[in-house]
Design a protein around this ligand. Structure first.
Ligand code: UDP
Length: 418
């Protein structure tokens, strides 16, 4: 596309990049949208993020830093809505984005970047309206979520979302995948040729997530000084596997009766509440509820201290397109025990930069947690390797890769839908 400053229209309809991640719809996608956009702006691009206004107090436009703005665009009620209630407002949202660009021509995009399938529906319309390329990051695809879950978690039918994802993939000039596994899944389930998929691994904010003194971190976060601490960070919903972590933790208590399990985060979606109740009940019925320390979602600047305070971090997800929590823990010098799925398999080499367990296997998770708690040398060696591995990931690099994809696109040869 040439070597001029590129104007990105980044669509994140269902969730603002300024929301606190860790519960509800706020998770890795919010971090990704914000950090990638910020890194693109710092490389000299103009980035406008369009999200849905959810309150009458939301300013229409927020200047974040030079080249980076968040636009709160009205569509439907000025209130939080479930993701699956948003479909009926896709057209209104799109029209209002276009109306805003009509008023301020400096917002006119050179490229559209859609995040998540609902935003892809908007991006598809913007692409054709402005005749510019669209790149898409799916974050999750329905076919993979469907494998990991046992009951439906969205009211939108699986087949509707799958069809929409097919169409969005078909209309995207390029799809950004977070890891090799996601790229393969997109080829397999959305039928996209590998030439139209670029693997762009996520980054991590090294300024926050860096090793630090465990005792100081524990005292700052008001955590016990001497007990072994295992940590779970993130949204609570069946796919994130907190129940597996609880099961594993309960098995470690006979060896480490003083150990504690810290949960930072809150429920996501209606099944998040169900999962939370299930975990509460398990802790109560197995008699370890007094070992669990619950904390509300925390901003990154404070989350860093939780990672430093922990002896290990558990990432028991059933599916994971990347796994930012694992990378943040690694960058903080804390060893990770994670499920052997998706992006976690790219991040962690078992036995060297972390430990991997089969999905939903509480017994294996327990053994690996015990391995880290009981062998300090092994735990330190893994933490050191993990830190070195984490240092190879940066948002600047992610932005450079995304930019090189955009620069390879020719506006005269846009992909025709289909
Ligand atoms: N997060 C946070 N505060 C919390 C819990 C989570 O900022 O209290 C962030 C966490 O630091 C990470 C993101 O939410 O950057 C979760 O991303 P991940 O890829 O692990 O999971 P996802 O939410 O995408 O499923």
């Amino acid at each position: 596309m040439g070597f001029y400053m590129t104007n990105f229209a980044v669509v994140s309809l269902h969730s603002s990049p300024l929301d606190q991640p860790g519960s509800g719809d706020g998770g890795g996608m919010n971090v990704y949208v914000f950090q990638l956009a910020s890194a693109l702006a710092r490389l000299g691009n103009d980035v406008n993020i369009y999200t849905r206004a959810t309150s009458q107090d939301d300013p229409a436009r927020i200047e974040i830093e030079p080249g980076l703005r968040v636009h709160n665009v009205p569509a439907g009620p000025l209130a939080a809505l479930d993701k699956d209630e948003l479909l009926e407002y896709v057209d209104e949202f799109t029209e209002n984005v276009i109306a805003r660009i009509q008023i301020d021509r400096s917002l006119k995009p050179d490229v559209v970047h859609s995040n998540y399938w609902i935003s892809g529906l908007v991006g598809h319309k913007l692409k054709h309206f402005y005749q510019v390329p669209m790149i898409t990051t799916f974050h999750t695809i329905e076919a993979i979520k469907a494998i990991g879950r046992t009951v439906p978690d969205d009211r939108v039918s699986e087949s509707f979302r799958m069809d929409a994802e097919d169409q969005i993939a078909g209309c995207s000039d390029f799809v950004l995948a977070s890891c090799d596994q996601e790229a393969l899944d997109i080829q397999r389930y959305l039928g996209l040729a590998s030439e139209r998929i670029a693997v762009v691994p996520l980054g991590v904010e090294h300024a926050y997530f860096a090793p630090g003194d465990m005792a100081m971190a524990r005292s700052a976060m008001e955590l016990p000084q001497n007990d072994p601490i295992s940590l779970y960070v993130g949204r609570i919903q069946p796919l994130k596997g907190l129940a597996t972590a609880f099961e594993a933790f309960s098995c470690t208590l006979s060896d480490f009766p003083n150990s504690r399990f810290v949960v930072v985060g809150g429920p996501s979606g209606h099944l998040g509440e169900v999962e939370l109740d299930y975990c509460f009940d398990m802790a109560r019925s197995k008699g370890f509820e007094d070992k669990i320390i619950w904390r509300q979602p925390e901003p990154h600047i404070r989350l860093a201290s939780y990672y430093r305070a922990a002896n290990l971090v558990v990432v028991p997800s059933r599916t994971e397109s990347f796994g930012l929590v694992a990378l943040e823990a690694m960058a903080s010098g804390t060893p990770v025990v994670a499920s052997s799925v998706g992006g976690l398999k790219s991040l962690i080499s078992h036995g060297r930069t972390g430990l991997l367990a089969p999905v939903r296997n509480g017994g294996v998770f327990a053994n690996l947690m015990l391995e880290l708690l009981s062998t300090r040398e092994r735990s330190s060696m893994i933490a050191r390797n993990a830190l070195m591995q984490a240092r190879t990931y940066s948002w600047k690099e992610a932005a450079e890769r995304a930019l090189s994809v955009v620069e390879s696109l020719d506006v005269r040869q846009l992909i025709e839908c289909g």
